[in-house]
Design a protein around this ligand. Structure first.
Ligand SMILES: Cc1ncc(COP(=O)(O)O)c(C=O)c1O
Length: 459
């Protein structure tokens, strides 16, 4: 097998066997147990095709990466054009014209006076840079983060990520970090009032925590309190950014201007890893304080031409196709559609979201038989119930979804922002059927739960 052979034509079993042997056999086993062990050979827009030619509707979006859809022809063409011009990337002792234009574009799109970008290669790295910026620009030690936060898994990012599962075994983490309850301004003020806090970092809507949306005054007040006590507000828009919530940035829903904004995921349309830390010039200048510190933080691949080209093409596509507006209207249709189904299914507790970042929360049923099933499954594993939705959606209806985070009964939907009525109808028909099956106990989905329990799957 060489790189010139078409690795996608090998039998799926052999591909998974090789992956298990040389990459991550534990992950391969999980994927196999939940029946997601496909080999996807083609993708277009909101759709994927497997080796057998079966078509799947992508409501996972590569975890909020493919906002413009997969293989968008204009993003692809921009990258092909770049490759064909045999241009010079990563010269290092130059200033990239593409990075300059993307920086300018981001300054225009992001709220208020955010005007200076630092380009990275992933979400976690973006968090790292922001934490360093906060420490050095304020010369203060402490960093606050919200309960149930997720900001990535490298050491600094993990230090401000509040989930035991991710942290266990890797401690001690960065000193000086502390958790505050999300959506609790009094708790935030108590911590800030010591005037030793460099920054409070938060997602505007918590994604991994199950699409938790704060009260309308939370972010504006958090910004005001940070400024009152001389701390910075870092808003992580890595998941919520680039139109996902029906505005360019979730901050825009509340008119909030953070001191530092984090972007990654959808910024380059899924083709090339990329990230951006965007701040104000005054903060930037306290970190890159003079010529001797002009590159006091740097990264080899930051601002590389492919990433910048893809990001610029993505912004053009989003503007020309009105994808931010579509996220708002398609999101409203999808949320309303699920909301209409909800009263018939007692385990659906809440349907919430903004734009196309939607969480469907499930809770313990009242009827006795279902309650017994619910208890049994949750006793075995807190994360198992969500798979009883994701598996039949994938297996029986060809719809790719997943749960919001660990040990939560929240099913998360993050389709590309290009979806329309057809995809929404297709999803709602399938969802109605799966919810119906889930509310029959005993029934095939509870048998599936038993099988998962036997295989000790936890998610
Ligand atoms: C809000 C948020 N921040 C940071 C990250 C980390 O990004 P990455 O996986 O690219 O390191 C993620 C990833 O899911 C995220 O959702």
């Amino acid at each position: 097998m060489t790189t010139s052979d078409d690795v996608y034509t090998e039998p799926a079993g052999r591909i998974y066997e090789r992956y298990s042997r040389y990459v991550n056999h534990r992950f391969a086993r999980v994927v196999e147990l939940i029946g997601f062990d496909k080999v996807f050979t083609r993708a277009e827009g909101a759709w994927l095709w497997d080796q057998g030619g079966r078509k799947y509707l992508d409501f996972l979006g590569g975890y909020s990466v493919f906002n413009v859809g997969r293989n968008h022809p204009r993003v692809k063409q921009a990258l092909v054009d770049w490759l064909q011009r045999e241009g010079a990337s990563l010269v290092q002792m130059d200033c990239s014209p593409l990075a300059a234009v993307l920086g300018q574009k981001l300054a225009q799109l992001t709220p208020g006076a955010l005007d200076t970008s630092f380009f990275t290669n992933s979400g976690s790295e973006t968090t790292e840079v922001a934490l360093k910026m906060a420490r050095k620009s304020t010369r203060r030690p402490r960093i606050l983060h919200a309960e149930l936060s997720f900001h990535g898994l490298t050491f600094g990012a993990l230090s401000v990520t509040d989930d035991r599962m991710w942290r266990e075994g890797f401690e001690p983490l960065l000193p000086g970090t502390a958790v505050v309850p999300f959506n609790d301004l009094d708790a935030l003020e108590r911590e800030l009032s010591g005037r030793d806090v460099a920054a409070f970092i938060t997602e505007p809507i918590q994604g991994e925590a199950g699409v938790r949306i704060p009260a309308d005054d939370y972010l504006p007040e958090a910004a005001r309190l940070c400024h009152k006590y001389g701390s910075l507000l870092i808003v992580d828009e890595i998941q919520t950014g680039f139109g996902r919530t029906g505005r360019w940035f979730a901050c825009d829903h509340w008119g909030v201007e953070p001191d530092i904004m984090l972007l990654s995921k959808a910024l380059s349309g899924g083709y090339v890893p990329v990230g951006a830390v965007i701040t104000r010039r005054a903060i930037f200048d306290k970190v890159f304080e003079d010529l001797a510190h002009a590159v006091v933080h740097t990264t080899t691949f930051g601002g590389n031409a492919m990433a910048m080209t893809a990001a610029l093409a993505v912004i053009e596509v989003m503007e020309d196709e009105g994808l931010v507006e579509n996220a708002a209207s398609a999101g409203a249709m999808l949320t309303e559609g699920i909301g209409r189904l909800a009263p018939r299914f007692e385990m659906v507790k809440e349907v919430r979201g903004k734009g196309l970042m939607i969480g469907v929360e499930f809770g313990e049923p009242r009827s006795l038989k279902l309650k017994a099933g619910w208890k049994m499954v949750h006793k075995a594993s807190q994360g198992l119930f969500g798979q009883m939705l994701a598996i039949p959606l994938m297996r029986d209806h060809g719809i790719l979804t997943q749960v919001a985070g660990h040990n939560l009964d929240v099913h998360k939907l993050a389709p590309p922002l290009i979806i329309g009525q057809d995809e929404i109808d297709h999803f709602l028909r399938a969802y109605e059927k799966v919810l119906g099956d889930l509310h029959r106990f005993p029934g095939p989905l509870w048998d599936l739960g038993m099988t998962l329990m036997k295989n000790s799957i936890s998610w």
